[in-house]
Design a protein around this ligand. Structure first.
Ligand SMILES: Nc1ncnc2c1ncn2[C@@H]1O[C@H](COP(=O)(O)OP(=O)(O)OP(=O)(O)O)[C@@H](O)[C@H]1O
Length: 573
């Protein structure tokens, strides 16, 4: 039996619960919510009573062995067409992806035993081999702009995501850091709204006005980076059509710009977007797209109230109440929800199901309906967790978020000598653009001072700096005005400095997810990159543990006489 992705019957139930319900992370306390909210939260949470440890519960298609199960239409098409290639991508795009049922096989690891795949998505393989944006059916004006910016071919995740979003699916996009996820959602959005969009028959009668896409990011830096990306594509004449609503910037100026420029896209941090929305200065009821970038971070406890407001208001027709059964229906027809991150814990899958309509998980080379993924039970034994089996879902998930071209090393150093080790490391690797991570804000200044005192140009970046100072530091770093950016977790996610050739952990990241996001600041879009963790003797066991979780070789090394000396690989336990 085959079911189209858009099939309706499953959603009769979902309609009653999905968008009128609300989940934020795994730990949303009832007392923080008003009664109706608490009731809605309860309704949604009811779907999945099992819990998954966030830290170890990263979930990817590969982790669920879904990737192997994706069925491509190639064989069938070859039979139909006598083996000839389809004439154009556009015709391939008209084929709706299909879902077929199959008997779930028992999987090997204890965790995977419960991760039962009920259905796989049958999809045309040629969707994933696009050599140009034309093949993906993007509108000519948009392609012109891309070409002007030197962008001629889509990345794998873009090839997978653009057709899916264009077909109006709600989607979770997961792909490793630096693989081009931002354009993977921006391009299909800009194909539908704004001056570069695909011309339609309704254009003349289109009464839609106001904000049509809201993009939420957890940090100002990431928000501004997305704004720049949209501006770049829109071009100089239309860049006012995107408005930043990030915290730390002047709020009344943002409100004035909303009024004056009438942007079609707003990009901002959860606090500022919800603040301006609550003040009645941001109208998003007719919004068609809601994107949550770094969604796993946006689900954290800190953002719960703001995210609640955004999810409740964006894309809901005015006059519908959340208790009204028409509310979710109205929103469903209005809003497409797109969730994005390199790391997707199960809480995101659960949230996507609750907020979205027929959501699918999109990765480079694979697409699968979220509904086909069941909750993995937290039955990892210590042995399983430590296992190096390639089928270990935890390891596999973390590997999936790491760019494939990275080299990983660690070396030991006494705390007071770490900056010297850092300097020797930079010289030995001849790194030109370096990001050094620490866990706290205070010591950053000291490291910068020590590096500068030894003739190495450096600057600090952290949340205590004002917005202007932060953007100035970043701009100077991107322009190559100094060599080492010493920073904290603020810069671990989303920051795109393509030239960055070395990431250093001066303090250990708190877990493998944090390691992966920090590491992902280098080796962007297929470039080479190196990650070096400088730790104390007593901390090496943590690095070894992360090495197992990440299933990548983090090789022991030292830096002497201006050279990198790699020690014999330790036995992988
Ligand atoms: N099709 C393309 N051709 C050339 N460059 C591209 C293309 N798509 C994206 N890029 C560039 O690749 C870089 C990385 O893209 P992006 O920041 O979207 O990655 P990401 O997957 O979102 O990373 P992260 O997970 O770290 O946020 C950016 O500099 C972007 O401009």
């Amino acid at each position: 039996m085959r079911l189209t992705v858009g099939q309706v019957h499953r959603h009769v139930l979902a309609l009653a619960s999905s968008r009128s319900c609300f989940v934020l992370g795994d730990h949303l306390p009832f007392r923080m919510l008003s009664l109706p909210r608490a009731v809605r939260f309860h309704l949604t949470a009811w779907h999945d009573t099992q819990t998954v440890e966030d830290k170890n519960g990263l979930l990817t298609l590969a982790s669920l062995e879904v990737q192997n199960k994706v069925e491509y239409g190639k064989k069938e098409r070859a039979t139909r067409t006598g083996g000839t290639k389809p004439s154009s991508r556009a015709s391939a795009l008209n084929m709706k992806p299909k879902v077929s049922s199959f008997n779930a096989k028992p999987v090997k690891s204890a965790l995977l035993k419960s991760a039962v795949l009920k259905k796989t998505l049958k999809i045309d393989e040629s969707l994933f081999s696009a050599k140009s944006f034309e093949e993906l059916g993007l509108p000519p004006l948009l392609i012109d702009r891309l070409n002007k910016e030197g962008l001629t071919a889509p990345t794998e995740v873009q090839s997978a995501a653009i057709p899916i979003i264009s077909q109006k699916h709600d989607a979770v996009i997961q792909s490793y850091t630096g693989s081009g996820k931002t354009l993977a959602y921006l391009l299909p959005i800009l194909s539908e709204i704004g001056p570069l969009k695909r011309p339609t028959e309704q254009d003349s009668s289109d009464k839609r006005s106001g904000v049509e896409a809201v993009i939420v990011a957890p940090s100002r830096e990431l928000g501004m980076q997305i704004v720049r990306e949209v501006e770049k594509i829109l071009g100089p004449n239309d860049k006012r059509l995107v408005q930043q609503l990030v915290g730390g910037a002047n709020r009344s100026r943002q409100e004035e710009a909303l009024k004056k420029n009438k942007p079609i896209i707003v990009v901002g941090t959860p606090g500022r977007i919800s603040e301006i929305s609550a003040a009645g200065k941001l109208h998003t009821h007719s919004c068609r797209f809601l994107v949550l970038d770094e969604v796993d971070q946006l689900l954290s406890f800190n953002y719960r109230e703001d995210m609640h407001r955004i999810l409740e208001h964006v894309g809901r027709k005015s006059g519908t109440s959340s208790r009204d059964i028409l509310g979710p229906l109205a929103r469903r027809s209005e809003r497409q929800t797109i969730l994005v991150s390199a790391t997707i814990p199960f809480s995101v899958i659960r949230a996507a199901r609750s907020w979205g309509h027929d959501p699918v998980l999109v990765r480079a080379m694979s697409v699968v309906p979220l509904d086909s993924i069941t909750v993995p039970r937290p039955v990892l034994s210590r042995t399983d967790a430590n296992s190096n089996s390639p089928s270990n879902s935890v390891n596999q998930a973390a590997v999936d978020s790491l760019p494939p071209s990275l080299e990983h090393y660690y070396c030991t150093s006494k705390a007071q000598h770490k900056v010297d080790t850092l300097r020797r490391c930079i010289h030995a690797l001849e790194a030109q653009t370096v990001i050094a991570f620490m866990n706290n804000t205070k010591p950053l200044k000291d490291v910068v001072f020590k590096l500068e005192a030894r003739g190495m140009k450096a600057a600090e970046l952290h949340g205590d700096l004002g917005k202007l100072a932060r953007s100035t530091v970043l701009k100077k770093f991107k322009d190559g005005e100094f060599r080492v950016l010493v920073t904290n977790e603020l810069s671990a996610r989303g920051l795109d400095v393509p030239e960055c050739d070395l990431v250093i952990n001066l303090d250990l990241p708190t877990d493998s997810t944090h390691y992966a996001h920090r590491a992902g600041r280098t080796g962007r879009l297929g470039r080479k990159g190196t990650v070096v963790t400088i730790c104390e003797d007593t901390e090496t066991f943590v690095v070894r543990k992360m090495r197992k979780q990440l299933a990548v070789p983090i090789k022991p090394c030292e830096f002497t006489e201006g050279k990198l000396l790699v020690h014999k690989e330790e036995d992988v336990e």
